[in-house]
Design a protein around this ligand. Structure first.
Ligand code: HDE
Length: 664
């Protein structure tokens, strides 16, 4: 299979080989290196239209980055539904198992600017564009199933609080600063989501191993006009993985592009990431059967109560040709919907329905952004909208209005029974009012449910997450207010964080004991297949190529990625692996480490690599000599996940877990 770079080159060549360079007006260019000037050593002349065109275009190459989710990376793929879901919906991409619907997915961080690091602690965007035969459907979700606020009116406040502080524009890419934690303490509806972000979910290992959630409650509508409430889930077939915070911070410096590189390389070598689509479905008649409001976006529907029905699969199998044209210009919008689906009155979703088109108009420069190739539906577009910035069509004819006789009333509307979109007819009997529903006002029960569901290491990591972030705050009152909030969720959490950051725990504790836990919320529930797992193989001293080849073969057979690492690049005659040096890589960039040495003394760097891998709870395999050499280091080879063996076959089989949290 040809990799993306070569495919790209081939298609570039097809279009450009042997072609003359021209200006944008089609004029052949004879000189592209020297501006027109008065004499060889003289000043440049304004008359040089070629220079001015080239430079003007360059000066305008950038467009405004997204206000949130600026840092992102995308890929193409396809979606197929496993079974006909027409009992619930008449959306064609959910009812025809033989059909492959093209998709484009963009993953993102929220807070940082376009050039910020991938591995920061943050919510991740997980936005999917389905190019269905009935029009575009965008599922613009996140990797965390709940959101910080309940009403769109508060979104600018949330974003202003979490973004870098305006007076000095710090910090970049993170929430560890006063304004975010002030918002947290003063807006208790943010409590539940913040628990998730401070847990391992806030520092995903990569995009491939993240869950995705539509967050809001939507509606599925069937042919009989019956509606069900639905929540959308993406379950990664690759399992779920997170980083250790120390590791995430190092990776931010060692490889800013860690997540995008992982996705690009996996797709490029044919290891296509897959997610199953899951639906949680509640019949309309059960709307009020829960002890939370099912329209509240700060609440999950516990999977123990409403199981997730797996209905289809998405495969990402094609990298973009050009990141700007596709990933940067893609315009998602929760309001891009198809027949058989509809919105609910979730007040956060309702506000999003306004915001997304509005933001594209300034980001993409006008109302015709749907004509940009990545945004074009595969179904035909005909209407009476005309003109506007960057209009790409030359509309024909005299008539641009409905209704008309001059054009026999074309383009015509389509009755719902023939495929026209119809809004779900919901009966509303209410006062026009600016007020939050009482049913939205329990901020702590589900925050507790989440904490109770975590495994012990996950809970410890969450304590550390809060301690780091609040520890970074400058204002002591903000730290105290935040701990007061934590105390309403869990005494244990509040006490541990308070001790770490030097504030007190309030004497009274409003904590309500909650025995419940949702067994589905811990990351431990996921299988953790080691396909695509990245193994660093440190070659310390002289080791024969035959031995290295036997390691390479074992890795390839087991679908592991690997790189040999040494003090100098190895002169390898045959192409059986990448060679890195201690300077070009770092142990945090690998999922596990193997150390091969023929001597009982090793490089200092080898020891450093081993210690960090050990400290980050990752599998560590030592040849017998390497184990001897590390006897006096911080690596304790009797601990879980430290394996001593010289046999590559044994070694790859021995990796059964990505992390050994029980290592002391
Ligand atoms: Fe967004 N959000 N959002 N958001 N959001 C944007 O749209 C907004 C919310 C999400 O890869 C913006 O095109 C409001 C929830 C993703 O291009 C903007 C509210 C969820 C992406 C915007 C929310 C999301 C965005 C910025 C509260 C998860 C990136 C640029 C009412 C369910 C999509 C843009 C991509 C992007 C507004 C809340 C997910 C400003 C007003 C909840 C994944 O329009």
């Amino acid at each position: 299979m040809m990799n993306k770079k070569d495919q790209n080159l081939e298609s570039f060549r097809k279009n450009n080989d042997g072609k003359a360079m021209t200006t944008n007006q089609g004029l052949k260019v004879s000189e592209d290196e020297n501006t027109l000037r008065a004499g060889e050593r003289g000043p440049s002349l304004l008359e040089d239209f070629h220079f001015r065109e080239k430079m003007t275009h360059f000066d305008h190459e950038r467009i405004p980055e997204r206000i949130v989710h600026a840092r992102g990376y995308g890929a193409h793929g396809e979606f197929e539904v496993y079974e006909d879901l027409s009992a619930y919906t008449y959306a064609d991409f959910l009812t025809q198992p033989s059909k492959k619907t093209p998709v484009f997915v963009r993953f993102s961080t929220v807070q940082g600017s376009k050039g910020s690091a991938d591995s920061v602690r943050d919510v991740r965007g997980f936005a999917t564009k389905f190019y269905t035969d009935q029009g575009v459907f965008d599922l613009v979700g996140n990797n965390i199933p709940v959101f910080f606020i309940q009403d769109a009116m508060k979104f600018p406040d949330l974003v202003h609080a979490v973004k870098p502080e305006p007076h000095h524009e710090m910090p970049q890419g993170g929430s560890a600063h006063d304004t975010f934690w002030d918002f947290f303490a003063q807006n208790p509806e943010s409590t539940h989501t913040t628990m998730w972000v401070m847990s391992d979910r806030g520092i995903p290992k990569n995009f491939r191993q993240m869950e995705g959630f539509g967050v809001h409650t939507f509606r599925l509508i069937n042919k009989n006009g019956e509606a069900h409430f639905v929540k959308f889930h993406w379950k990664p077939k690759q399992g779920l993985e997170s980083m250790v915070w120390d590791e995430a911070q190092i990776v931010a410096g060692k490889n800013t592009d860690f997540h995008r590189q992982d996705l690009y390389e996996a797709i490029d070598k044919g290891d296509y990431p897959e997610w199953e689509l899951g639906l949680q479905i509640i019949p309309e008649s059960d709307e009020f059967q829960f002890d939370f409001d099912i329209l509240d976006p700060t609440k999950i529907w516990p999977e123990d109560e409403v199981p997730v029905k797996i209905v289809g699969k998405m495969t990402l199998n094609r990298n973009v040709d050009n990141v700007f044209a596709e990933t940067e210009q893609v315009a998602f919008h929760p309001g891009h919907i198809v027949p058989g689906l509809d919105f609910t009155n979730d007040p956060l979703l309702q506000g999003r329905l306004f915001s997304y088109t509005d933001t594209q108009i300034s980001r993409l420069g006008g109302p015709n952004f749907h004509q940009i190739p990545i945004n074009r539906p595969v179904s035909p577009v005909h209407n009476n909208q005309r003109d506007g910035m960057h209009q790409m069509h030359i509309h024909q004819g005299q008539v641009a209005y409905h209704k008309n006789a001059l054009n026999a009333n074309n383009p015509h509307t389509t009755a719902p029974e023939d495929g026209g979109f119809e809004h779900y007819q919901e009966k509303i009997d209410a006062y026009k009012i600016q007020k939050r529903s009482e049913s939205f006002k329990d901020y702590y029960t589900q925050a507790r449910l989440y904490l109770n569901s975590l495994s012990e290491p996950e809970f410890d990591h969450t304590v550390s997450g809060f301690s780091f972030e609040l520890g970074k705050c400058v204002d002591i009152n903000i730290k105290q207010n935040a701990v007061n909030q934590l105390n309403k969720v869990s005494r244990l959490l509040a006490e541990r964080v308070a001790e770490n950051i030097g504030v007190s725990v309030p004497e009274t504790n409003e904590e309500v004991q909650l025995e419940k836990a949702d067994s589905q919320l811990t990351m431990d529930k996921f299988d953790r297949p080691l396909r695509g797992h990245a193994v660093g193989i440190v070659v310390d001293g002289e080791v024969s190529n035959d031995i290295l080849k036997s390691y390479a073969k074992a890795m390839v057979d087991q679908q592991r990625n690997y790189a040999f690492i040494s003090d100098k690049p190895r002169n390898i005659e045959e192409d059986f692996g990448i060679t890195e040096t201690f300077d070009t890589v770092h142990p945090t960039l690998f999922d596990s480490l193997i150390i091969i040495s023929n001597n009982t003394t090793i490089f200092d760097k080898t020891e450093e690599f081993a210690e960090l891998t050990y400290q980050h709870f990752k599998p560590l395999v030592l040849s017998e000599n390497a184990a001897t050499a590390l006897a006096n280091s911080r690596v304790d080879s009797s601990q879980p996940g430290v394996i001593t063996s010289n046999d590559p076959e044994v070694i790859v089989q021995a990796f059964t877990k990505p992390r050994y949290w029980d290592r002391q």
